[in-house]
Design a protein around this ligand. Structure first.
Ligand code: NFE
Length: 571
């Protein structure tokens, strides 16, 4: 039988999964993005220095990353080096983005796949307090705290006001946590909502606002003077430090202990959700200029077929390495739909051949998604926190090896457990922990050292004037967005954008089959998963959510004339 989940909720954007289920096991799966991407066309003919502000609107979740990839692409094309302090302040924005995004994903988008809210009502508050105190030093852990929360929760439920917790498969037997752990997780769900408002204030200091802080080709749009008004001064820096300390504490005392406690009840999910075992990482946190590739905190590399013994070099500018394929995507290529195109030569020509809505099933033998299928040397590749942790682990990254090793030992599972739904969800948390403990405090110290040693420049304006630009130029801006490797490829001609292509992380993970029929990582990850009840496909949600889908990044909602294609009513 074929089961359709459409839309998948608790993600960003529109995703449809069609799964073939035989004897309560998924035997095949298809991932379809049901809306179209068009930003690449909107930026054609524009000033390259402005394009970040358009591409940034691709998504409000990873609210910084498309701006970063854009300014990096333009800087690469025009040969602009940025001052060390600008690079460090950019890294601070990115690190904050990771921590904010990952914590919110765990608590607000993914936790309810594992945490049963009505079951929390059965909790004993004294016992919940004991467990919470055994897990961490987080202060909100008294019996009274949990008793109050229980009373609030009971009030909600008795008045039929479960609200955001209302529509779930709460009677599904796959929920396994004791009520006390469910209650602790609900407490932290609510606390994380409050906490996330504070950490993003760092973006407001460095970019004026969040979502969508301001950016600048050639640097960052703030100046630094310890004694000056209305700039990054000593007072602002101490506030930034305060927010960093709070972020680190929340990750260490709440997110990591919760993840490990919850994961210990779901170790069977180390058997399911393997996305194929190919991992791709472009790399992030440049210590020098962006293309000093051996000075990236999270290293670049590719792994094939689960083999941690070999990490391949990756060149995103090599036309043989990164390509997008449209054999099963609703696009048309001038060279033929069975060929792959490198993004420098990329084309964005829609060609919808699917059924007219309403329809029961997509024609999955033909084209069936608005996502192209990106490939690295012809292989489908998983990107994201798991890819970053696996590549860094394979390359012997000290902090990653320590923290991944700690979690494997604590959960008593082998390293192969990483290749799974459980591994993917754990990797996101471990990555956050690495950034919070092993990167962010050092980065802050480096910023202070640069300032104290007089390196306060934040902008290189040498090539600001288009008259200094070559007639034609091309560049590639890469970054590791929270959901994985992101690339913007830009061609500039006569001072304007001639061609622009984006491959977002979710395009790598959620893309359809290619010309050879190879499925994408979402599709592969579902095959072999047992489904207890096809009418309550919680298992599909668990694995798909473990990737943290963002279809808004992967595709956009406008046709070439800018007309609205779909209106979504939020109830
Ligand atoms: Ni809209 Fe995004 C991230 C990007 S995922 S969230 O992280 O790029 O495709």
């Amino acid at each position: 039988m074929r089961v359709v989940v459409d839309p998948i909720t608790r993600i960003e954007g529109h995703l449809r999964i069609e799964a073939e289920i035989d004897n309560n096991v998924i035997t095949d799966a298809y991932s379809s993005c049901t809306m179209w991407r068009g930003i690449e066309r909107i930026v054609q003919g524009r000033d390259p220095r402005d394009v970040w502000a358009f591409t940034q609107r691709i998504c409000g979740v990873c609210t910084t990353v498309h701006a970063f990839a854009s300014i990096r692409a333009v800087e690469d094309a025009l040969g602009i080096d940025i001052p060390p302090l600008a690079q460090a302040l950019r890294n601070l924005i990115i690190a904050v983005q990771y921590i904010h995004d990952h914590v919110m994903h765990f608590y607000h988008l993914h936790a309810l796949d594992w945490v049963n809210v009505p079951n929390a009502l059965k909790a004993n508050p004294e016992r919940a307090s004991e467990i919470a105190r055994s897990l961490s030093n987080w202060p909100n852990s008294s019996p009274g705290y949990f008793k109050d929360l229980l009373t609030r929760l009971k009030n909600f439920v008795s008045k039929g006001r479960l609200g955001i917790f209302a529509n779930a498969y709460w009677d599904h037997p796959a929920y396994k946590l004791p009520p006390e752990i469910d209650l602790i997780a609900v407490a932290h769900y609510l606390e994380a909502l409050e906490w996330q408002r504070h950490i993003v204030r760092i973006h407001t200091f460095l970019g004026g606002k969040n979502p969508h802080p301001n950016f600048l080709v050639g640097g960052v749009p703030v100046s630094v003077n310890l004694d000056g008004p209305a700039v990054i001064n000593a007072k602002v820096l101490s506030e930034i430090k305060h927010h960093i300390d709070q972020a680190v504490e929340f990750v260490r005392e709440v997110y990591v202990p919760d993840l490990l406690a919850i994961a210990s009840f779901y170790k069977d999910w180390a058997k399911y959700g393997d996305g194929g075992g190919n991992f791709l990482v472009y790399g992030e946190f440049p210590e020098g200029q962006l293309y000093d590739l051996d000075r990236l905190f999270f290293p670049r590399g590719a792994i094939l077929n689960h083999d941690l013994g070999k990490v391949y070099e990756v060149d995103t500018k090599d036309p043989e390495q990164v390509q997008e394929v449209v054999a099963h995507a609703w696009f048309r290529y001038s060279v033929g739909d069975d060929k792959g195109l490198h993004p420098y030569e990329g084309e964005t020509e829609p060609n919808y051949t699917g059924p007219e809505p309403p329809y029961e099933y997509l024609n999955t033998d033909g084209k069936y998604s608005w996502l192209k299928a990106p490939r690295w040397r012809g292989h489908p590749m998983e990107v994201g926190p798991l890819a970053r942790m696996v590549v860094a682990y394979a390359l012997g990254h000290r902090a990653v090896r320590d923290k991944v090793g700690f979690a494997l030992k604590k959960l008593d599972v082998p390293v192969e457990a990483l290749f799974s739904t459980l591994g993917r969800t754990a990797a996101r948390c471990l990555e956050t922990w690495v950034i919070a403990e092993d990167y962010l405090p050092d980065l802050y110290d480096r910023i202070i050292t640069l300032i104290n040693s007089g390196n306060t420049g934040t902008f290189n304006g040498e090539k600001w004037d288009p008259k200094t630009w070559p007639k034609e130029a091309k560049g590639m801006g890469f970054m590791e967005a929270p959901r994985g490797s992101l690339g913007h490829w830009v061609r500039i001609k006569d001072g304007k954008i001639e061609n622009y292509q984006v491959i977002a992380p979710t395009t790598w993970n959620a893309g359809p089959r290619d010309a050879k029929g190879q499925p994408g990582p979402y599709e592969t990850s579902l095959i072999g998963t047992p489904i207890h009840d096809p009418k309550q496909p919680l298992e599909i949600l668990r694995t798909i959510h473990s990737f943290d889908p963002c279809l808004a990044c992967a595709a956009h909602l406008y046709d070439p004339e800018g007309n609205e294609l779909v209106r979504v009513k939020v109830q």
